[in-house]
Write a protein of this length. Structure first.
Length: 251
């Protein structure tokens, strides 16, 4: 199954902005990238309308999604309202009684369970990204950025991960496949205090040095190695001065 992920807004278009300055485009991108990773870990194909903070016009998004022949599309947004107390989750579909509604109900249920927020239900809405695509599409509104409490919550990377996993779980349920939470290798959980998501082999001058793959907050994978291991192998002097918190490597 191929999933189209559409992180709403981006670039010149910030989307809604919260009172502390958090932008809708930042949340949709962070959750979108984490969602893509979770889906890929579960063997699904993923197509993004954007993977960076770039401006992508609506016709470009719909054209890209249509041509990619996705099975379903998830468009990510955050709600805003004049009333700063509004705090519910809602998912929009072009019309009810179709595949999109079934998918929306699975995703909505998982999001409500993961956040504990009020269930705003699944609604019909005329939304351009839906009208122009021929593929079952849902628009997920991840709470209200205009609600200071929800804005604060949304800014936390661990919470963004929670949202991404909830959406991924809903998609997998819709597809009838059990969801596997990305594995964290036991006993190798930390290297410089970072969680290791995946193993990676790093060879330096024909010798293997301990390494791990970490995932950044944006969902990008990076290899992590200990600088002291590299220094040892290259016969360099490695010195750490706790006073000035400075590491010096020299020949
Ligand atoms: Zn939006």
């Amino acid at each position: 199954m191929k999933i189209g992920i559409d992180p709403g807004h981006g670039g010149e278009d910030s989307g809604e902005i919260g009172s502390s300055g958090l932008k809708e485009k930042e949340i949709t991108l962070a959750v979108g990238m984490l969602l893509g990773n979770a889906l890929k870990d579960n063997g699904l194909d993923v197509v993004y309308t954007r993977e960076k903070d770039t401006t992508v016009k609506l016709p470009v998004r719909t054209d890209l999604l249509n041509r990619a022949k996705c099975d379903v599309i998830i468009s990510l947004h955050v709600n805003a309202a004049g009333d700063s107390k509004k705090n519910y989750l809602t998912t929009r579909v072009q019309s009810k009684k179709g595949k999109a509604e079934v998918l929306a109900l699975f995703v909505q249920r998982r999001l409500v369970a993961a956040t504990g927020w009020r269930d705003g239900g699944v609604h019909e809405a005329k939304v351009p990204v839906i009208q122009e695509t021929r593929i079952p599409t849902i628009i997920v509104e991840l709470g209200f950025i205009s609600n200071p409490g929800q804005e604060k919550w949304l800014a936390v990377p661990e919470h963004q991960r929670k949202l991404a996993h909830a959406i991924a779980q809903g998609i997998l349920e819709f597809w009838g496949q059990p969801y596997q939470e990305p594995e964290v290798k036991k006993g190798k959980e930390s290297l410089a205090g970072k969680k290791i998501d995946r193993e990676v082999k790093v060879m330096l001058g024909g010798k293997e040095i301990p390494a791990g793959m970490i995932r950044t907050e944006e969902g990008k994978e990076k290899a992590l190695v200990q600088l002291s291991d590299i220094a040892d192998l290259l016969r360099l002097q490695f010195k750490y001065d706790p006073e000035t918190k400075t590491i010096t490597v020299k020949t």
